[in-house]
Design a protein around this ligand. Structure first.
Ligand SMILES: Cc1cc2nc3c(=O)[nH]c(=O)nc-3n(C[C@H](O)[C@H](O)[C@H](O)COP(=O)(O)O)c2cc1C
Length: 408
């Protein structure tokens, strides 16, 4: 089970230099992708002498880039750097450090570095003599003065059997340093934001004692409300199930789809984010009996009619700056259904899961969801529902920031 990471939704350029430690960087890239980052590998020509482009392409979030000249993007030298949330140079060779410090822009990686305002982490690895050479020492000092984070090489066995300082830092250490770049900015990710969450399956009455329901336990919705509150939001939780630990959350109990519709449409107007995690019944009885239906009168005929479509209503009345997250609990055709919902309901995100999967979906504490937004599709992996909620909220906040929906 992966713990939620501040790397979720971040765009990271992994700049790979031509050092012997390049093979370790494949693992670093994989770890950042697993943590939820979108990692674009940009490699120097020399790096290809150590690890093939295919490996980086297969394990990164998109194909590895090398040249300024051979891609389909007309302006690759600025676009990557402008879009990046961080650039990680690993292994940073003596040569790469020198070119970066001198402002040389003679390949895609160094032009990307110059075209970026994102924080840069330089993970140096080279032989001890090289690391201690005055030119490298000065170049590293120059980069540090400019605010670049430099992770120094560690002591150990080096290529060729020498022992000394020069090895690439452990992957765990590098990941931690990259995470701390974002931790401060994500702690209060939803500060000053008003978030509305719905949870649980609705109950559609047949008579005063019976109802049509579904298997939703409300666990995922409640997890969203708690995660949003912990990220600093003001939270209204419209729930069909009791909420026992509601610290920092305003819980509004409802039962039917109509009740949920009434409360949600009223409160949504002033919300920055609506997370429709509830399993709202699509149909209800059109002829609810005001008194208990008696068995002795025989099986009643229940005519069904559609309930109000809350997600579609929210999509149709969405105001600028408001972000709408819908859910698709499916038993197959996840992508088709999610993409249809995204479009038809005017939602910004669809969180889709297959309820037939083991340890995912209804009633259990874990889930496995895929997030659909814009043209993107991100599988969030198997994790507990609280962790899933936080990951989704991080993607939402990134999206809202990048699209300008949320100004501050
Ligand atoms: C087997 C081998 C291992 C090397 N390992 C390193 C290294 O760990 N660190 C380093 O700074 N240079 C190392 N070099 C030298 C670089 O490959 C060389 O300086 C190259 O020009 C770096 O290009 P780049 O910075 O564009 O990737 C190594 C060279 C060879 C042949």
């Amino acid at each position: 089970m992966s713990k939620s990471s501040p790397l979720v939704g971040k765009r990271i350029v992994l700049g790979g230099g031509g050092g012997i430690a390049a093979y370790k960087v494949v693992e670093l890239m994989r770890r950042m992708v697993d943590a939820g980052a979108f990692v674009s590998p940009v490699l120097t020509r020399a790096s290809l002498r150590f690890v093939g482009r295919t490996t980086f392409s297969a394990l990164g979030s998109e194909p590895a880039r090398i040249s300024l000249w051979d891609g389909s993007d007309p302006i690759p030298h600025t676009r990557l750097g402008q879009l990046a949330d961080a650039i990680v140079l690993a292994p940073a060779t003596a040569d790469l450090i020198a070119r970066y410090a001198a402002g040389i822009a003679d390949d895609l990686l160094t032009t990307t570095l110059l075209a970026s305002k994102a924080p840069v982490v330089v993970v140096a690895a080279m032989h001890t003599e090289m690391w201690q050479h005055p030119s490298v020492v000065e170049n590293v000092a120059t980069l540090r003065r400019r605010g670049v984070v430099v992770i120094e090489p560690e002591a150990g066995r080096l290529a060729g059997g020498d022992i000394g300082v020069g090895r690439l830092a452990e992957t765990d250490v590098i990941v931690q340093v990259v995470e701390t770049l974002f931790e401060v900015s994500t702690k209060n990710l939803l500060a000053n934001k008003s978030v509305l969450v719905t949870a649980g399956g609705t109950r559609e009455p047949i008579d005063p004692v019976r109802y049509i329901g579904n298997r939703s336990s409300g666990k995922q919705g409640i997890a969203f409300a708690r995660a949003a509150a912990e990220l600093g939001a003001r939270v209204n939780l419209i729930s069909t199930v009791p909420v026992f630990d509601s610290a920092g959350i305003n819980v509004v109990p409802v039962e039917s789809a109509q009740e949920m519709f009434d409360v949600v449409s009223n409160l949504a107007v002033s919300c920055d984010l609506v997370v429709m995690a509830a399993a709202v019944a699509d149909f209800r009885s059109a002829n609810v009996s005001p008194v208990k239906i008696k068995k002795r009168h025989g099986a009643p005929e229940i005519r069904l009619e559609p309930t109000p479509d809350i997600l579609a209503h929210l999509g149709a009345t969405k105001r600028p700056g408001q972000v709408l997250v819908g859910f698709a609990a499916e038993t197959g055709d996840l992508e088709i259904e999610a993409r249809r919902k995204l479009k038809d309901k005017n939602a910004d995100f669809i969180v889709a899961n297959n309820v037939l999967e083991e340890d995912a979906g209804f009633a259990v504490d874990t889930n496995r969801v895929t997030l659909f937004y814009g043209e993107s599709e991100v599988a969030l992996g198997h994790s507990d529902k609280r962790d899933i909620a936080e990951k989704v909220l991080r993607y939402v906040a990134e999206y809202a920031k990048n699209t300008g929906a949320w100004q501050e």
